[in-house]
Write a protein that binds this ligand. Structure first.
Ligand SMILES: C[S@@+](CC[C@H](N)C(=O)[O-])C[C@H]1O[C@@H](n2cnc3c(N)ncnc32)[C@H](O)[C@@H]1O
Length: 280
């Protein structure tokens, strides 16, 4: 079943958190003059037209990137992410939103490789068009976890893996844990970042508990909920689980999360969580 299309949701509050964390990790990897690889297991289309019918139908971006766009008090730590959005909106109007592969490409330049996998034929075609002729980007129509299995460990011995499933299927939480466990077995020093939605807090807590019990150490949980939990009635927030986060990420998120939570809040119960699921 592949009914999920990211174009309905591009630029929403969850993308803002995910792409901010992604950009901070890439910026940290760039601090060392050694190449690294970026794996995006669930890449989707790469670029979204916020004026198209799908975006307009939900209007989700308005409560995400729309709340940041044009502000003059953006924290310096968020600037790389904002720069990646500005790069595809050169006239200053917010018309396009970059997906995770485009955020990565903008920040990584031509020095590093991108390994992208996507299964949906329409999004795959858009992704191929986006990166046509770019020899540093490999795109495969492949299950993201199979792609990871084949690509790890990378020759460069440095990698960021972004795992961003649509969570359409019941098995996707356990698939993600199994995929990370297997990847970590192959390449223990990689950085693994997994996005998850907050729909049911009970389910998320069980998921985090299970993730903590896989024998993997150094796991950080970053979560931002824009409104009160609703236990099954829609997405009220989202989170990122990061294995082997760059050492400054905790301190950076401590700085950013209060500001971002206030900015993205949709009711008075908005809150964030920043905690080690398992310490080093
Ligand atoms: C949430 S979207 C990804 C958004 C993207 N990472 C971003 O931030 O711009 C999830 C995508 O995963 C794709 N997908 C679903 N199952 C997959 C699988 N097993 N392997 C690769 N892609 C898959 C879907 O077609 C969808 O485009």
């Amino acid at each position: 079943m592949l009914s999920y299309r990211h174009s309905f949701h591009a630029g929403n509050f969850a993308d803002v958190l995910k792409h901010t964390v992604q950009s901070l990790i890439i910026e940290a990897l760039k601090q060392k003059p050694k190449p690294f690889v970026y794996f995006d297991t669930h890449s989707a289309a790469g670029r979204y037209d916020l004026g198209d019918a799908k975006s307009e139908k939900t209007g989700e971006y308005k409560d995400g990137i729309g709340r940041l766009w044009g502000r003059d008090d953006i924290p310096a730590l968020m600037q790389p992410y904002i720069d990646s959005v500005e790069a595809i909106n050169p006239n200053g109007d917010l018309h396009y939103y970059p997906g995770s592969p485009l955020v990565a490409k903008y920040l990584m330049g031509n020095a590093n490789r991108l390994e992208l996998t996507e299964l949906h034929p329409t999004d795959l075609q858009l992704l191929q068009q986006e990166f046509a002729g770019d020899r540093k980007v490999r795109i495969q129509k492949l299950d993201g976890y199979k792609g990871l299995k084949a690509g790890l460990p990378p020759a460069q011995r440095r990698a960021l893996v972004l795992i961003d499933p649509p969570y359409e299927l019941k098995s996707e939480h356990s698939d993600a844990i199994a995929g990370i466990k297997e990847s970590h077995r192959r390449f223990a020093t990689g950085i693994y970042s997994l996005w998850y939605p907050m729909v049911s807090r009970a389910q998320v807590e069980r998921f985090c508990e299970k993730f903590s019990n896989q024998g993997i150490r150094n796991i950080l949980r970053i979560e931002l909920c824009v409104k009160e939990d609703s236990e099954g009635y829609g997405m009220t927030g989202s989170g990122m689980i990061v294995v082997n986060p760059p050492w400054k990420l905790v301190q950076q998120m401590e700085q950013l999360l209060p500001w971002l939570t206030k900015l993205l809040a949709q009711d008075s119960k908005a809150k964030f969580t920043l905690e080690w699921l398992v310490e080093e």
